[in-house]
Design a protein around this ligand. Structure first.
Ligand SMILES: NC(=O)c1ccc[n+]([C@@H]2O[C@H](COP(=O)([O-])OP(=O)(O)OC[C@H]3O[C@@H](n4cnc5c(N)ncnc54)[C@H](OP(=O)(O)O)[C@@H]3O)[C@@H](O)[C@H]2O)c1
Length: 215
């Protein structure tokens, strides 16, 4: 697949090597234009390029959203029409790592809010629930693949993302819809901030327990 990434910071740079080694091509984009990403593209190596976000969105088979929360609305608006796109939302409603950095969104799931910005797209939430170094170091571990929680409302989009997770060595764990599942692995949810990647068995047990508590 051609995978576009909106935002080329820490999240994007953690994912790119895994995506390229999974035999996908990656197009990076940011607000400052492809020239500002040239050195990074060269550093990341073959299979990676940079484009204006409009061109990235038009060319990509799947797009990963990796912008800071407060920049996301402007970033997606500038990229054009999202209709028909499968989008992975990695964003969290926070300004930084401290508890007081959380941005109040009235108790909604953050990917539900993001999905409203992406008219006609199918949004799948994943890669959001651990600090970047946990994903960077932990995937794929020797012998036992790391469980990766994901949620969404469109079965076909979810299968596409599940396959992508397998391609990069992970074990996809379906948490359910954006509204209910998304909150479980959204910031502050019971599946977030375990500070390590879980083995699939451990992840499924945690999910069952979290669902039990929600009832
Ligand atoms: N840090 C973590 O451990 C972690 C873990 C899980 C999830 N996340 C989430 O991942 C997302 C990205 O975090 P990050 O740590 O990668 O942030 P980051 O390092 O600050 O990178 C943000 C990127 O977004 C780009 N950007 C900013 N405004 C833009 C716009 N209007 N249009 C297009 N691109 C724009 C920035 O480039 P320009 O400024 O040059 O445009 C930059 O490349 C956040 O929502 C965060 O909550 C982070």
């Amino acid at each position: 697949m051609i995978i576009g990434i909106l935002g080329a910071g820490k999240m994007a740079q953690m994912l790119v090597p895994k995506l390229v080694s999974g035999e996908h091509r990656v197009i990076l984009s940011n607000s400052r234009g492809p020239a500002s990403l040239q050195a990074l593209v060269e550093k990341l190596g073959p299979g990676v390029s940079a484009m204006e976000s409009r061109k990235m969105l038009a060319d990509a088979d799947l797009v990963i959203l990796a912008t800071p929360w407060e920049k996301t609305a402007a970033a997606v608006a500038a990229a054009g029409s999202w209709a028909g796109k499968v989008v992975i939302d990695t964003t969290n409603n926070r300004r930084g790592p401290r508890p007081e950095d959380l941005i109040d969104i009235g108790g909604r799931g953050s990917s539900e809010v993001v999905a409203e910005l992406l008219w006609g797209a199918s949004v799948v939430k994943t890669f959001n629930y651990e600090p970047i170094p946990v994903f960077a170091g932990g995937l794929p571990p020797e012998g036992d693949s790391g469980a990766i929680f994901f949620s969404g409302d469109d079965a076909q989009a979810k299968e596409k993302v599940a396959q992508l997770i397998r391609d990069i060595g992970g074990e996809p764990i379906d948490v359910g819809s954006l509204a209910e599942g998304g909150k479980l692995h959204g910031m502050g949810g019971p599946l977030s901030l375990k500070m390590k990647l879980l083995a699939p068995k451990e992840a499924k047990a945690l999910l069952a327990k979290a669902r039990q508590v929600e009832k």
